[in-house]
Ligand binder design. Structure first.
Ligand SMILES: [Zn+2]
Ligand SMILES: [Zn+2]
Length: 411
């Protein structure tokens, strides 16, 4: 399986200054030199720049590009079409600069933008929302039939600044060659809003806010457990939020625990509040039993990155299984897969989750005006049994492989 293209980021340890190279998906940074751990965070998007090999002899202009990577799900009359999306687009629309980052990003290392950067950093004039809307329209146009629902699960979203010189033409400052024809006389780069960047990457200590113990996790984890006081912490812009969690104990010793979100939600336009409702909505071959009316319905989604078709299958099979509320409110012992899917993105997927099991298909129309409002989220670790490269969970009909989980780490 081909790995998706990925960026590398040159970084300096905030503690000792030692150089390091990060993956774009890294959040928990452990300095290989001083061993100090820090957690990388930002109020909105990470901002990166392509550094120049040597100082420029002409003034530099940095044009920002939106960089978007994730999974798009489109629900059509014939079913749900999932696909991986990986695009870059100008955040300051201009016909004189290259339309996208092209292939450059995979051959050059990036750096975090910092406020001591030299040059004119243009201010984005195209918001992320506008960019997302255009990208979605382009991807959806050309598909046959009405679109009943669509969801974009944005796994990576960042801004990347690329350096240029502007004289009578626009020159790529890294390749040192012109990328535009002669500029019109009235083109004045200094008229565009911009200046020094007022952003820098933030670091938060990885200590448990409750007990001060070291939090654990893989380098790409967005939720970190504390083994000392048995708590789980979901990262946000300024720190960590405590999260309700639990696990289903494994039956055998040879298991890996995968994290899932259980999400309660208010759903408009359809009756889907209980297990009895689910049996009807999914047209399951079951006779509604006494008490099913009182068992509340919950959505389930993976809390880790996985290929879009697997994300959909996991969501569907687990939601149809409605695992009982019998988890142990403790961290599991044994191998755990880190949480890498933000809860906000998991919430975005709920309508597509519903679209994957609603029957008959003419019911899909109800999705168009439906609103799904999340109420409460619990993170539940579910054990998958290991058998060679395979991982499976027969009770909830879940199945994957080591190779797929490994591949998904860089999605
Ligand atoms: Zn260090
Ligand atoms: Zn603790």
């Amino acid at each position: 399986m081909k790995q998706p293209p990925r960026y590398l980021i040159e970084h300096q340890c905030p503690q000792c200054g030692a150089p390091a190279v990060l993956e774009e998906t890294d959040r928990l940074f452990t300095c290989p030199f001083c061993k100090v751990r820090s957690y990388l965070t930002t109020g909105d998007y990470f901002r990166y720049m392509f550094p120049l090999a040597k100082p420029a002899d002409k003034p530099l202009v940095y044009l920002p590009y939106w960089r978007l990577k994730g999974s798009l799900f489109v629900c059509l009359p014939g079913g749900i079409k999932p696909r991986i999306v990986d695009v870059s687009q100008q955040a300051v629309p201009s016909p004189f600069f290259p339309a996208s980052l092209g292939l450059r990003s995979q051959t050059l290392k990036l750096r975090f933008v910092s406020s001591d950067g030299d040059g004119l950093f243009l201010k984005p004039t195209l918001s992320f929302k506008e960019m997302l809307l255009t990208a979605e329209e382009t991807l959806v146009s050309g598909l046959a039939g009405p679109v009943f629902a669509k969801a974009f699960i944005g796994e990576t979203l960042s801004q990347i600044y690329s350096p240029f010189h502007v004289t009578d033409r626009v020159f790529d400052a890294i390749l040192n060659r012109p990328v535009s024809p002669a500029l019109p006389d009235d083109f004045d780069i200094s008229k565009l809003p911009g200046g020094k960047p007022d952003w820098r990457v933030e670091f938060i200590p990885t200590l448990c806010p409750d007990c001060g113990w070291d939090l654990e996790g893989d380098r790409n984890a967005i939720a970190l457990p504390c083994r000392n006081c048995e708590s789980l912490w979901l990262s946000h812009a300024k720190g960590f939020n405590k999260m309700e969690f639990g696990h289903f104990p494994a039956e055998g010793p040879d298991s890996v625990y995968l994290p899932f979100y259980r999400i309660g939600a208010d759903i408009s336009g359809i009756n889907l509040a209980s297990y009895a409702d689910l049996v009807k909505v999914a047209n399951m071959a079951k006779v509604v039993q006494d008490g099913w009316q009182d068992k509340p319905f919950h959505f389930w989604t993976p809390a880790f990155k996985i290929r879009p078709q697997d994300f959909l299958l996991f969501s569907r099979n687990l939601t149809l299984s409605q695992p009982p509320k019998e988890w142990v409110p403790k961290l599991p012992q044994g191998e755990i897969l880190s949480v890498t899917m933000p809860v906000t993105e998991a919430v975005e997927s709920l309508k597509i989750n519903l679209a994957s099991f609603i029957k008959p298909p003419k019911m899909l129309q109800v999705l168009e005006n439906m609103e799904i409002k999340p109420r409460g989220v619990v993170l539940v670790y579910i054990p998958l049994q290991k058998s060679g490269n395979e991982l499976f969970q027969p009770a909830f009909n879940l199945r994957t492989t080591r190779a797929l989980l490994e591949y998904a780490k860089f999605l």
